[in-house]
Design a protein around this ligand. Sequence first.
Ligand code: SF4
Length: 445
Amino acid sequence: MSGTGGRNGTMEKYFLATFGCQMNVYDSNLIGGMLEKKGMAVTGDAEEADVLIVNTCSIRGGAEDRAYARIAAMRHYKRRNPDVRIAVIGCMAQNHGDKIPVELDHVDYVVGPDNYRELEALLFQKKAKAPAVLTEQNAFENYDGIMAKLDSAVTCHITIMRGCNKRCTYCIVPTVRGVERSRESASIIEEVERAVSEGVKEVCLLGQTVNSYRTEGDDFASLLRKLNRIEGLKRIRFTSPHPRHFDSNTIRAMAESEKICNHVHMPVQSGSNAMLKKMRRQYTRERYLEIVAELRACIPNLGITTDIITGFVGETEADYRETLSLVEEVGFDSAFMFSYSPREGTPAFEEPETLTAEEKQDRLERLIQLQMGISEKRLDAMAGREEEILLEDRSSRDRNEWVGKTGCCKKVIIPDAPGLDKGSLVRARILSRSGLVLRGEAIIG
Ligand code: SF4
């Protein structure tokens, strides 16, 4: 089928707005890959698009409100040109389904994360009876065989498993993303090799619980070892592993595979065993600390980052202090920190909150303050160290400087020097810290 037939007989154009996590960014790239293969062209200007797609997130109420506002604002394009097609996809599409075209009657298609192959058909057949709502979950859909567009010329994200079998009591993801399923390793390897052939140096493997990856022939550790052998690939990252699945086998694979970065983003959520149990996280504080100790013993200069929720239902001051003490004990390099926000459709939503908004905010602020101090100290401790840095691009502030990342995921700025180029791996000496960014200089020769 041809993608020509846009305005004035030119190639049709699609505009895609993405909300939420890296998994959504990858899915947008997947859809971009499908549409462009069929002859549509991307545009960054919604005004000139024949197809408008909004990839939505449901993780917090605020994310849904922002997506609703963005979709509502698109009514204006439809008024001007009734042939424009508007699709709402992603987690909010799955979560709200039929409600969306009732509330936003200019929307033509509502398509959940397991139905993107049908989205492609709808968009090309053009005359589908609108609105079409496709939210049937498919426990086998993992989009094997479809090549996603690349995020950038140097680094890219690749989803290796979809869905989640955990049932954390605060989380809507298993409801909207369905059960866990892993892609075949051959298909992942093919996608990584294709990315490398187009210049990519670093891949980040994605999954809701990325280290529970399992197929008939592989587990996460064996997949890491296979990817480590891909010629031309320089770095491998992954996010987010679940502590429940962080075993010695994986840690050994990380330590023995030179391309796997010395960085782990491992969500802890709370330092209190009572809260971890209530959240149904399936590990204890002690087990989490044990994994951290094993990782640090096996991988030199490891960077550890995390996600933390404060003010969960029933969290006492003593529980909260357990979180603060865990943060100090681990000494995280950085953390994404949130105060608990109830999500309709989750078990925790049914329980009345035990803290006021002010109390939750106060706990969050105290935690952020503590973590900021630790992050700064961790960065300061890097002064004088030699690090390998992957240059991602020239700095937008000063074109005579490069922005890159260390293996342990620290952002570093270095002045331009002969021989430096986008995508090169350079040895650099860390000189100082400016806020949460390091400054360094390339070691030439
Ligand atoms: S592991 Fe828990 S928090 Fe993560 S996606 Fe699954 S249910 Fe949500």
